[in-house]
Design a protein around this ligand. Structure first.
Ligand code: NAP
Length: 254
């Protein structure tokens, strides 16, 4: 039974978003499993939640498009009272590329999805959860990356910079809404075993980089989901503006 209200997980169809959706349902949230195009994956996540007696719906929508974001949150409204948002949807360039090889179109695509998408979804969530709008409060968790600190040189500076923006966004927004019942935090994954690396044209990245990490293995989507669920929960009731590294020690120094 969903007793913790409604949680929107953007990019809930695969990887970290899917693991977060599944764990959130177990912890009592009704979950809006957002996806961009992969309906089969989104429906698999929803079916798995429903099979365990949870509540979930799959909602298609591109987080970078304002009309789509309204559609996602209107679907959440029909499910119940929104109590949380996980700004998880994120993309990398289709292949490793230097800054001087990154087209304006690719630059806009990455920033539109990773940054604008997180802003638009947070705004929609705040209009529902903030006491300023008559809401009862809630929590937002953003997905940043170890790349924001490492810089992504020669491979994906554009992605690293988009996640640097998420670091600033998390800090600024947390202060903006701290007095309105909303906590805003982030998790900073390192190398996590998902399909994202293949999407970036480097399917062998996890295997290649894992032995070089302080903890010499990749992380799992489930390990990231645990940190996200803690930040969403009442156990984190006095934590806002924080970033939890889930990186086995990668990029933990200031
Ligand atoms: P993933 O396996 O590639 O999954 C990406 C998810 O985002 C999919 O559900 C995808 O939907 C969705 N998505 C993509 N574009 C979207 C859009 N425009 N609107 C809505 N949804 C969209 O990624 P992941 O590895 O789980 O990464 C999740 C988050 O963690 C990202 O923000 C990523 O930057 C961050 N992160 C990942 C790692 C890592 O090592 N994996 C490390 C640091 C940070 P479809 O299924 O429909 O395509």
């Amino acid at each position: 039974m969903a007793t913790r209200g409604v949680l929107v997980v953007t990019g809930g169809s695969r990887g970290i978003g899917a693991a977060t959706s599944l764990l959130a349902a177990e912890r009592g949230y009704a979950v809006v499993v957002n996806y961009a195009g992969n309906v089969a994956s989104a429906e698999r996540v929803v079916a798995s939640i429903l099979a365990k007696g949870g509540t979930a719906i799959a909602v298609r929508g591109d987080v970078s498009q304002p009309d789509d974001v309204e559609h996602i949150f209107a679907a959440a409204d029909r499910l119940g009272t929104l109590t949380g948002l996980v700004n998880n949807a994120g993309v990398v360039p289709p292949k490793p590329m230097r800054v001087d090889e990154t087209s304006p179109e690719e630059l806009r695509r990455i920033f539109n999805i990773n940054v604008t998408g997180s802003f638009l979804c947070a705004a929609a969530a705040i209009r529902r959860m903030s006491t300023r709008y008559g809401g009862k409060g809630g929590a937002i968790v953003n997905l940043t990356s170890a790349a924001a600190k490492l810089g992504g040189a020669g491979v994906m500076v554009v992605y690293a910079a988009s996640k640097g923006a998420i670091d600033s966004f998390t800090q600024g927004l947390s202060l903006e809404v701290a007095g309105e019942g909303i906590r805003v935090n982030a998790v900073r994954p390192g190398i996590i075993e998902t399909e994202m690396h293949a999407s970036g044209g480097d399917a062998g990245r996890v295997e290649r980089v894992s032995p070089t990490l302080p903890m010499p293995r990749a992380g799992t989507a489930e390990e990231v989901a645990e940190a996200i669920l803690w930040l969403l929960s009442d156990a984190a009731s006095y934590t806002t503006g924080g970033v939890i590294p889930v990186s086995g020690g990668r990029a933990i120094l200031p």
